[in-house]
Ligand binder design. Structure first.
Ligand SMILES: Cc1cc2nc3c(=O)[nH]c(=O)nc-3n(C[C@H](O)[C@H](O)[C@H](O)COP(=O)(O)O)c2cc1C
Length: 201
């Protein structure tokens, strides 16, 4: 898929066809995350690929909504806090940034392969830790359900985005950032998916 289409068609897919995902495709998706950049190239991550129905059921018990149990596959993204880069000046841990980039790499590659994915962080981390016997330095960051979308058209429901003029500024920031983030969530995706931002100011 062309990159321009890819970044516009990626969206959260939460309804999947009851069809399993090929192992090779799941490997290709994780490969996109494996080669992703990370702070100081620390690569502070593990990817747990779940495809067996009973294992998906078990994973779904850690999430607040039951639809996860219907996902054909899922990838659990784990941060290794022993490995992630901490900025020396203030100790700030960049592992969550690294995992965020891996999330997006997975999401785009899944979309590229005709699959749909979602990213879930509203899970119970203690349940995930207990389920997989994780030590305290391994933090579950996201669960990414992956499967063939129930409908090809689901991406058209992608949520609106803020206006460009509310978030991007040339050279200087406005004095009162609070006033510009009052935001009118007016951006729509057009039927052909080409319209990324529609200014309605
Ligand atoms: C870090 C992160 C955590 C998220 N956690 C959840 C979640 O727990 N449940 C959920 O339904 N969606 C979750 N989402 C999906 C967002 O709500 C979604 O990406 C956003 O509304 C934009 O919609 P779109 O992905 O269709 O473009 C999460 C997304 C990100 C990036």
């Amino acid at each position: 898929m062309e990159y321009d289409d890819l970044i516009r068609k990626r969206c959260s897919i939460r309804k999947f066809a009851q069809r399993s995902v090929e192992k090779e495709k799941l490997e290709q998706i994780v490969e996109a995350a494996r080669i992703a950049p990370s702070a100081v190239d620390k690569q502070p991550w593990f990817f747990l690929i779940i495809s067996e129905p009973e294992n998906i059921q078990a994973l779904a018990t850690a999430y607040k909504l039951p639809w996860l149990a219907k996902a054909p596959s899922a990838i659990v993204l784990l941060e290794d806090k022993n490995v992630s880069w901490k900025r020396p000046s203030d100790g700030r841990d960049f592992g969550d940034v690294d995992l965020g980039i891996a999330i997006y790499a997975i999401w785009l590659e899944a979309t590229n392969l005709g699959l749909g994915a979602a990213c879930l962080s509203f899970f119970d981390p203690d349940k995930i830790k207990a389920l997989y016997g994780l030590p305290e330095y391994i933090e579950p960051i996201a669960i990414m359900p992956i499967g063939y979308p129930e409908s090809e058209e689901l991406w058209k429901n992608r949520k609106p985005r803020k206006n460009m003029t509310d978030i991007a500024f040339w050279e200087t920031l406005p004095k009162n950032l609070e006033s510009v983030t009052s935001n009118t969530l007016s951006i729509q995706t057009s039927a052909d998916g080409k319209t990324f931002s529609k200014q309605e100011n």
